[in-house]
Design a protein around this ligand. Structure first.
Ligand SMILES: C[S@@+](CC[C@H](N)C(=O)[O-])C[C@H]1O[C@@H](n2cnc3c(N)ncnc32)[C@H](O)[C@@H]1O
Length: 273
């Protein structure tokens, strides 16, 4: 892990949902939904291509507002979905005969939700310092033939741009996330290798990096994220309020033209018994 990411001295002590992105804060579910709107079609297309459909038992890890869990039940027609999250407030209305909502902290080693034919985690592991051990535990919950599908953020920054307000704010964000809750995306490109290390087969991966455009859901997502994190961004010393304001104005302007951070997905399956 990049212990020196952004100059921080060591692993952060804060937690997602406690020290950043508190679920009870107004607008948090809408922030998560803005990203889900963009990535759900990518995720569900991949799950379909992996053969996800009727008869499967699925675990949706860090289910958020439940958009993927709902798709699994309503569109893919799977047998059962367990939607697990440390905070299930946004999932409350979704529980039903084929969708079980479980409140659990993934970092708690005592958590054992059962065994599954599909385990999917999107934009969750990157936020958890224990991510490597958690991948081992997730792989251990797979039925023979079952798929583990991981999706997390990646970024292809414009290396020639070191000084724009957009770039400085984005860099400050990654540093602040690392320093506050231990978020780290440096290991995401290694996910295919990690899945292979876990003994999974038929490993594959894909990358989706949508461009940012003003008024679109992803520009709203980053705008909300930066607004929420303003104190942490400024605390990095990389930006001040003026730079953050300029970056936010750029996200909302017709001049906006950036290849924003995207999502890498990697998958692998436990060999059939
Ligand atoms: C960025 S959101 C992603 C939500 C959803 N997977 C999606 O892609 O729309 C991260 C989710 O992981 C959950 N989460 C964070 N840390 C967790 C933990 N230690 N155990 C269980 N869930 C956690 C959060 O509560 C939140 O719902």
């Amino acid at each position: 892990m990049a212990a020196s990411r952004g100059g921080s001295e060591g692993p952060a002590e804060g937690r997602y949902g406690e020290d950043l992105f508190e679920p009870e804060r107004a607008g948090e579910a809408a922030r998560i939904d803005a990203a889900a709107l963009v990535y759900d079609p990518v995720t569900t297309r991949r799950l379909r291509a992996l053969g996800v459909g009727p008869g499967l038992r699925c675990l949706e890890v860090g289910a958020g507002t439940g958009t993927v869990a709902r798709w699994l039940v309503e569109e893919a027609g799977v047998e059962e979905v367990v939607a697990l999250d440390r905070d299930t407030g946004a999932l409350a209305g979704l529980a039903g005969p084929r969708l079980r909502v479980v409140v659990a902290d993934l970092t708690d080693e005592r958590v054992r939700p059962g065994s599954f034919d599909l385990i999917h985690a999107r934009f969750v592991l990157m936020h958890l310092a224990e991510r490597r051990r958690i991948v081992s535990r997730l792989a251990g919950w797979l039925n023979p033939g079952g798929w583990l599908v991981l999706g997390d953020a990646v970024e292809l920054p414009d290396v020639l741009d070191a000084s724009s307000a957009y770039r400085r704010t984005m860099d400050a964000m990654w540093q602040a996330l690392w320093a506050t809750i231990g978020t780290d995306i440096s290991g995401v490109p290694a996910y295919p290798h990690v899945l292979r290390e876990e003994g999974l087969r038929d490993v594959g991966a894909e990358l989706h990096c949508p461009p940012l455009a003003a008024g679109e859901p992803l520009a709203r997502f980053w705008s909300e994220t930066w607004s929420r994190m303003r104190p942490e961004l400024v605390a990095t010393g990389r930006v001040d309020d003026e730079v953050v304001d300029e970056a936010l104005a750029y996200l909302a302007s017709p001049r906006l033209a950036e290849l924003g951070p995207g999502m890498a997905m990697a998958w692998g399956r436990r060999p059939p018994g």
